[in-house]
Design a protein around this ligand. Sequence first.
Ligand code: GDP
Ligand code: IMO
Ligand code: MG
Length: 443
Amino acid sequence: MANVVVVGAQFGDEGKAKVTDLLAKNADVVVRYQGGCNAGHTVVVDGNTYKFQLIPSGILYKGTVCILGPGMVIDPKQFLEELKNLKARGLDASGLRMSAGAHVTMPYHLAIDSAEETSRGEFKIGTTKRGIGPTYADKCARTGIRVEDLLDRKVLKAKLDWLVPNKNVVLERLYNLPPFKASEILEEYSEYAKQLAQYVCDTSAIIFQSVQERKNILFEGAQGTLLDLDHGSYPYVTSSSPSAGGACTGAGIGPTIIDRVIGVSKAYMTRVGEGPFPTEQTGEAGEKLRQTGKAWAEVGVVTGRPRRCGWFDCVLARYAVRVNGLDCLAITKLDVLDEFDEIKVCVAYRNLETGETHNELPSIGSSFSKMEAIYKSFPGWKKSTSSCRSSKELPKEAQNYLNFLADDLNCPIAIVSVGPKRDQTIIIEDPIHGPKRVLTRAG
Ligand code: GDP
Ligand code: IMO
Ligand code: MG
């Protein structure tokens, strides 16, 4: 294989885990490089549905080394719960490794995430309330607790004795919430530390060793490009770097190690939480996408919130091709469009205030919310695609739809997914060894 990054090219929930699972078959190491238990990654195998939040999807393959990288934020309670459930289902966790440098979500982070969201009023982000933002904020402020701190009771005590009174000022004075006791957190989290210790190590060293041994490494992105802290629809983003560049800092590797970047997009689009969504359909079409998609879980895996639904947005997809340097795309959930008479695709934006047309995203910040979608319309195929296993078997209209996307985005579609199961997949071209799309001096 090669060293491959799988990245969400939309607002998250694109079906990254299904694609990761497909590719993980030939991977020796699977690495999560950012995010935490805000992620909900679904893999369906032999009628069994697995939902991963912190643990890499590669854990389904026995013997695969599965790494929680230093760019992640880890809620130990959630991690141990997820691990317990997976073990109860007979999964082998011997390949699991956790970076000593990953940051730990503490109980005050969860309380602050919820309180902040409530206080934001009309500016709320719609977070998953898993403490993600506050944990990364402490990391940046250099007041975070890392996994290695958790393992050293003395260090943990010293840090908690300093930090908890500070957090309590915020909780009590700003939000009128009860304070935490440092001594109670110390006892509870020292217990978690004992259970985590066996997994903790320098994961960057393992990855580097694997590179040198020519092993195949898969980097599993969480969230999506438009939720990226730097490149997403700020402030309606998560607090980490889901896009491909994040794989380097989040895993502790250099960019030279990455051979290939695969973007995952739905054949339409969804978003959970607040923020601009130019192709959102609140009427009949959106409801139909939600209902059809719902049979396949168009509700958030983590929070159970209904996902907002809309048409495929080429402007955003072109942007995702650019900021990730995508080599190819996996298009998922084509089957959800099976029943539509007409399928729309956003090809450009119109600024609602100035009337100007934009083929490229003018700004991903505040002016994004002023953009109205300009659509191109395609006839639906009105046939089931879920049993198609080659592009030739797809209805002509579906082939035309996919060809249009590949041309417009100037990015080949290597994989098409027509259902949640492993075999409901069409390989159009080799996703790993196909030609390099981005022209480099070497290319
Ligand atoms: P992720 O967070 O990107 O891994 O995606 P999620 O697991 O949150 O959401 C994707 C949902 O779509 C899951 O329920 C998958 O089982 C399902 N899924 C993935 N690919 C397909 C597909 O091609 N068709 C259908 N109908 N469902 C799919
Ligand atoms: P996966 O990996 C979809 C969204 C939240 C909210 C924003 C910030 O399954 O694709 P946060 O809790 O991270 O501070 O919330 O980001 N969000 C996701 N949306 N899929 C996810 O993960 C998401 N993780 C966070 O809904 O809008
Ligand atoms: Mg998800």
